[in-house]
Write a protein that binds this ligand. Sequence first.
Ligand code: FAD
Ligand code: FES
Length: 351
Amino acid sequence: MSETETLEPPETKDRAAMLMFALVEIRPETHDIKTFVFRPETGALAYQAGQSMTLKLSLDGETVHRTFSLASAPGRDETVAMTIKAHARGRATRFMHERLAVGDRIEARAPRGRFVIAGRNGDHLALVSAGSGASPLMAMLRHLAATAPEADIAWLHAARTPADLLFGAELAELQRRMPNLKVAMLASQPEPGWFGFSGRLNRRLLSVAVPDFGRREVFCCGPAGFMDEARLIHAAEGGRRQPFHVEHFGAVAPAAPLPVPDDAPEAGFSIRFDGKSFSARADETLLQAATRQTVVIPCGCASGMCGTCRVSLVEGEVAMRHEGGLSAEEEAQGFILACSSRPRSDVTIAS
Ligand SMILES: Cc1cc2nc3c(=O)[nH]c(=O)nc-3n(C[C@H](O)[C@H](O)[C@H](O)COP(=O)(O)OP(=O)(O)OC[C@H]3O[C@@H](n4cnc5c(N)ncnc54)[C@H](O)[C@@H]3O)c2cc1C
Ligand code: FES
């Protein structure tokens, strides 16, 4: 591995600070997926392949935050790219697809996230994606193409129809440059003339597409059910000793309940956040309480995994149980996840 690959994900002192970007290109990928290319106004951005960034968008006067993976590889040029699906009833993604234009300026938080290729054990890898879940994996593959072109990589990418499959031309080009890259495409609704794999992800199909799946370290991104299935197959193929990394794009399960102290006040505790105040009961998370009272705390997965809702605990006490969205170092530095923390006293938090 090169020196840059062994670095921990970049930790800036002020990661909550907003950075300004100019939108320099919009590239259609499929009928409902586009790649947005941004140029940071502060110069090249430090990030690792697989990390994500939270955009601050103004939808007709209302501010919303949405997190998107960076599909670009770090260190290639000064721009960063995000490959984004417009959800049928998605507010932010429809806005981005329909209203954003080249030249627009957008604020975003510095990249973050622990779903990174840099921490891998070796170069015997499987990348498994569905839909726009290909985005962080493409960042990883682009990075490996530049830093470890001999890496032994099997990529299985799934989509509904062949026309929905992402990055086909670039993957074919990368296969010419990366002698040990194997790519398998899976369409759940194939069309006449389709020569790839057909149907839904299952063990038989995966054992043909990636015969040594259980011996590979896996990076997986797609809908929760798809990732659960891939993980079960990996374990069944003997992969229990190989790391299986996942990135969730949406809420998985609400934060697990925690015991509520008998003396917790019924009216809840007082929470101060960046100059705003709201109350939170001992049995609800800071994020749930903030949302109920229309205070915006940026949120991605709402399940303690992505780190989007990270805030500093300035004063007070919380009970926190998360799913890996915060590193031990961040906890030691006094950061908490609003989606996974319940108040145990009056609390002051800051972005
Ligand atoms: C760490 C992380 C990385 C992400 N990276 C990407 C990325 O690279 N590309 C990308 O397109 N998206 C990505 N997402 C998802 C993204 O943040 C948004 O949640 C999603 O695009 C929908 O936003 P919206 O405002 O359009 O939808 P909303 O208005 O929030 O939701 C509208 C409807 O869409 C449904 N919905 C929302 N999100 C999803 C989802 N992910 N899958 C299926 N249905 C959904 C909701 O249930 C709701 O019914 C990522 C999320 C996280 C947490
Ligand atoms: S919103 Fe993802 S960790 Fe809290």
